[in-house]
Write a protein that binds this ligand. Sequence first.
Ligand SMILES: Cc1cc2nc3c(=O)[nH]c(=O)nc-3n(C[C@H](O)[C@H](O)[C@H](O)COP(=O)(O)O)c2cc1C
Length: 214
Amino acid sequence: MKLYAQVRWPGYFPLSALLAASLYGQDITLPAPQKTGGMPLMEALAKRSTTRAFDSRDLSSQQLSSLLWAAFGINRPDGKRTAPSANNKQATDVYVLLKQGVYGYDAKANQLNLVLAEDVRKLGGTQSFVTNAPVTLVFVADLSKMGGGSEEAKRNTANINVGYISENVYLFCASEGLVTGARGSVDRAVLGPKLKLRPDQAIILAQSVGYPKP
Ligand SMILES: Cc1cc2nc3c(=O)[nH]c(=O)nc-3n(C[C@H](O)[C@H](O)[C@H](O)COP(=O)(O)O)c2cc1C
């Protein structure tokens, strides 16, 4: 059951419009992701790179929806995703850190479920550049979904699962004229409680997305 009212978010609205409308504390239904077009793959590969300087300008809701779909959205009727996962366990949760709060990406419902109505973007990394980026994604492994095996084996698999998702984000950003940077340097002890993680969930990687700094 949802604890919060839900708001539909038209594609042309920038994230800041949400702020202006004071829609804090609510789940957000995203516009449908754009699944066609984009840059030819080889050109996107040629442009893929890590950026550590972001403009503070917001993404549009359409860009955010397409970004999340590219990262780890559902791309087939059987519920499989844009990134592979070991045994199709889909054991990675994508958390989205925005100005207006922390959300969990629900790929099936194409919505953002509110976790915390607080701007914790600065906790998405230990380097100062993270604060400026409008969006930071945090990839969290759900070890409880990964079946048997040692903790070490599960964490190895979790790292590989997240690598595919992170590369999807890199290629989407290259294609969209956005910039991005993956980050292993995250203070997990501080960010974990803000994401309300259970002991069997582990922060694997953070990745900021935005426009290049002019
Ligand atoms: C697993 C992983 C962790 C990373 N962690 C950080 C990080 O904490 N801080 C950072 O500035 N860059 C981080 N990076 C980005 C790398 O430094 C970057 O990919 C590398 O310098 C190569 O640059 P390129 O991505 O532009 O090819 C990370 C990349 C990966 C794959």
